[in-house]
Design a protein around this ligand. Structure first.
Ligand code: FAD
Length: 569
C-alpha cells in the first residue's frame, strides 16, 4: 500500500478487542484509514473495573474511561465514533451500514478490512416476568453502573438481589456490600464461580456468608416484582434493586445476518488467525468461538486478556506478521472480600466431562514465611494427568497472592509441563513474598510423592463419609490443638508421640491420618507405612480445609457438624 492508496479499516466495537485491534493496526500501518464504531456512549473503558465503582473503590466514573475519541485521534489518528451503530454488512460491496445514533442519520461506510469485536451482551430473558422493571439492571458499560449508582442513591436502596454467582455477580455483590447494602446472591447452580470445583467454591461460600450476604444456591429466578424477586422454589426475596448477572451471549447478529459462519458454540467462527469465513473480515473477543488449548474442544471465553491477544493476532495477520492464537485455557482471578481466588486450565469437573484420568494434589501452605506479618494459608489444588503427570489445571483461594501462583501454572500449561517440571522450576523467594518452597512447589512435591507411591491420600471432602462409616481417623496435631476443635471420634496421637503409641493402632484396618493442613500427617503417614502399617492414608487439606469446606454446608443444610468446633486458622 502507498500513501495515495490507504487501506480502509473499519472496526466494529470500540472497547477491549476493538480498540486494541485498531491501535495495533495503526502501529503497523501508519497510512491506513482507520475508523472505529461504537454503539455506546464511551469507547475504550475498563469493563473489568465497573463493579468497583459501585462499591466506591473507584470514586470517579470518568476514570473508567481509559481513552476518549479525541485522544484516539491525537495519538493514533483513529476516528473513534461513539454512538455509531453498525446495522448491517454488505460483503459484496464491502460496506457497513452505520447509524449515527445522535443525529439519526444512516450512511454506508466502505472497508477493505473489517474487524468485528462486538462483545457479548448480558442475558436478560424476556420470559422472566418483571425483567423490564425500572429497578432491574445489568452491568456492561459505564452508563450501566452510573445508572445503578444513581438508583441506589436516589432511592436510598437498602436491599439488593444479585442474580448469578459468576465473576460479574460476585464482584457486584461484594461492592454492594461494601456500599452498605444488604445483599442476596442467588444462583441456580449449587455453587458460585463454576470455573472452580465445588470444594474450592465452599471456601468462597463461607467468606460470602461471613459478610452478611444471603447466599441462595440451587434456586433460580422465577419472576421479578417491584419489591423483590420470586425464586423457582416459590421463595420471595425482598430487593429494591435487582442486578442480573446470569451470563453473557456473544453478539453475533451482525455477523450472522452478513452470512458469516457461526460455530457450534454460537460464537463467530474464526480460524487461528482470527479470520472469519470471509477473508476480509476478522473477529475477536467475547463474540467468537475459540479452541480450548488443552482439550481441542470448541469453547467460548469472555475474558479481557484473550480478547486483547486475539486483537493483536488479527492485526498482525494483515501486516506480514502471520501469527496463530494457540487456544485458551481460561485463567482468571477475582477477589471476594478478604479472599482472593484464581484458577487456570481444567477443573476436576472438566476432566470428568472430558473423560481424562486425573489426580489431585491439595495443599495448604502459607503464602509467605509464617513469622512474617500478614502471612496466611493458601488452599491450593493442582490437577494433573494420571500416568503422564502432565499438569492440567490449578485453583487457589487465600488472602495472599494466589494469582501469582496460578500464573505459574498457566505458564506451565502453555508449555505442556508436568509435575516434575513444576517441581524443578526455580522461583524467586524472599520471606516478604513467599516461602523457599513456594505454594506451587509444595503442590508439585506432593504430586510427585503421590505418583512415586510414597503416600496414599484421601481428600478432606471425604472425611464426613469416613466419619459416618466409623473409619479410624487419627489426628496427629498436638493435644492443645485437638482441644480447640477436632473431628468427633478422631483419635488424638500427636506426631511427637506417635512412635511411642504404635501398639494402640491396628494393622488390619485402614488408618486415616490428619493434622491441620496435611503436612505433619504426611510425616506421620510415612513413619507408619515404614513401621508395618499398610493401609495408611494422609488426609489432604486436613482439619483446616475440612472446617472451611463443611461450615457453609452445615449451616445451610441444617446438618450436624462432624467437628466439635470449627477452626479456620
Ligand atoms: P467489549 O469490550 O464488551 O466491547 C464490545 C463493544 O462493541 C461494546 O461496547 C458494544 O457496545 C460494541 N458493539 C456491539 N455491537 C455493535 C455494533 N453493531 N455497532 C457498534 N458497536 C457495537 N475479563 C477479565 O479478564 N477479567 C475481569 O476481571 C473481568 N471483569 C469484568 C467485569 C465486568 C462487569 C464485565 C462486563 C466484563 C468483565 N470482563 C473481565 C470481561 C471483559 O471485559 C471482556 O471479555 C472483554 O471486554 C471483551 O472484549 P470485546 O471487545 O469482545 O467486548
Amino acid at each position: 500500500m502507498t500513501k495515495q492508496d490507504p487501506r480502509k479499516i473499519l472496526v466494529i466495537g470500540g472497547v477491549a478487542g476493538g480498540a486494541s485491534a485498531a491501535a495495533r493496526m495503526r502501529r503497523l500501518d501508519e497510512h491506513a484509514d482507520i475508523t472505529m464504531l461504537e454503539r455506546g456512549r464511551d469507547v475504550s473503558f475498563s469493563n473489568c473495573a465497573l463493579p468497583y465503582f459501585l462499591g466506591g473503590e473507584i470514586e470517579d466514573a470518568d476514570t473508567l474511561r481509559l481513552l476518549d475519541p479525541q485522544t484516539f485521534w491525537d495519538h493514533y489518528r483513529i476516528k473513534a465514533l461513539p454512538l455509531h451503530e453498525a446495522l448491517s454488512i454488505n460483503r459484496q460491496e464491502k460496506t457497513v451500514r452505520v447509524r449515527d445514533l445522535q443525529n439519526n442519520v444512516e450512511t454506508d461506510m466502505p472497508y477493505d478490512l473489517l474487524y468485528l469485536s462486538p462483545g457479548a451482551s448480558p442475558i436478560m430473558p424476556k420470559s422472566i416476568e418483571g425483567i423490564d422493571l425500572v429497578h432491574v439492571f445489568s452491568v456492561r458499560n459505564v452508563q450501566d453502573v452510573e445508572k445503578i449508582a444513581e438508583w441506589l442513591d436516589t432511592k436510598q436502596v437498602k436491599k439488593a438481589a444479585v442474580i448469578g454467582g459468576g465473576f460479574i455477580g460476585v464482584e457486584v455483590m461484594e461492592n454492594l456490600v461494601e456500599k452498605g447494602l444488604q445483599v442476596s446472591l442467588i444462583d441456580m447452580a449449587p455453587q458460585v464461580m463454576m470455573p472452580f470445583d465445588h470444594d474450592m467454591a465452599q471456601f468462597l461460600h463461607k467468606e460470602i456468608v461471613d459478610h452478611g450476604v444471603e447466599l441462595i444456591l440451587g434456586d433460580g429466578l422465577h419472576s421479578i416484582q417491584e419489591d423483590g424477586v420470586t425464586l423457582q422454589s416459590g421463595k420471595k426475596v425482598a430487593a429494591e434493586a435487582v442486578i442480573m448477572a446470569i451470563g453473557v451471549l456473544p453478539e453475533v447478529k451482525l455477523a450472522k445476518e452478513a452470512g458469516l459462519a457461526i460455530g457450534e458454540t454460537g460464537g463467530i467462527l474464526v480460524d487461528r488467525r482470527m479470520r472469519t469465513s470471509d477473508p476480509s473480515i476478522y473477529a475477536v473477543g467475547d463474540a467468537v468461538e475459540l479452541t480450548h488449548f488443552q482439550t481441542g474442544q470448541k469453547t467460548k471465553l469472555a475474558l479481557a486478556g484473550p480478547a486483547l491477544r486475539q486483537a493483536r493476532v488479527a492485526a498482525n495477520s494483515e501486516n506480514d506478521m502471520a501469527e496463530m492464537v494457540p487456544g485458551v485455557v481460561g485463567s482468571s482471578a477475582l477477589r471476594v472480600f478478604s479472599l482472593n481466588a484464581a484458577c487456570t486450565g481444567l477443573s476436576e469437573r472438566a476432566c470428568r466431562a472430558e473423560g481424562i484420568q486425573y489426580q489431585v494434589a491439595f495443599v495448604v501452605p502459607m503464602d509467605k514465611v509464617g513469622i512474617m506479618p500478614g502471612a496466611s494459608p493458601v488452599f491450593f489444588k493442582l490437577i494433573y494427568e494420571l500416568g503422564s503427570g502432565r499438569v492440567l489445571g490449578a485453583q487457589a483461594v487465600g488472602q495472599g497472592a494466589v494469582d501469582k501462583r496460578i500464573d505459574v501454572i498457566a505458564t506451565l500449561l502453555r508449555f505442556k509441563g508436568t509435575i516434575l517440571d513444576l517441581k524443578n522450576i526455580e522461583l524467586c523467594y524472599s520471606p516478604v513474598f513467599s516461602t523457599a518452597r513456594d505454594v506451587v512447589t509444595m503442590a508439585a512435591l506432593t504430586a510427585c510423592n503421590i505418583s512415586d507411591g510414597l503416600v496414599k491420600q484421601v481428600m478432606f471432602t471425604q472425611l464426613r463419609d469416613l466419619h459416618e462409616e466409623g473409619a479410624l481417623i487419627i489426628d496427629v496435631r498436638e493435644a492443645d490443638e485437638y482441644a480447640l476443635g477436632h473431628i468427633k471420634g478422631a483419635k488424638n496421637i500427636p506426631l511427637s508421640q506417635l512412635r511411642e503409641h504404635l501398639e494402640e493402632l491396628p494393622k488390619d484396618q485402614p488408618l486415616y491420618v490428619h493434622c491441620r493442613s496435611g503436612q505433619r500427617s504426611y510425616n506421620a503417614a510415612r513413619a507408619l507405612m515404614q513401621l508395618g502399617f499398610e493401609e495408611v492414608y494422609n488426609v489432604a487439606g486436613s482439619f483446616v480445609a475440612l472446617c472451611w469446606y463443611e461450615y457453609y454446608q452445615d449451616k445451610t443444610q441444617g446438618r450436624d457438624p462432624i467437628v466439635t468446633a470449627y477452626n479456620f486458622e
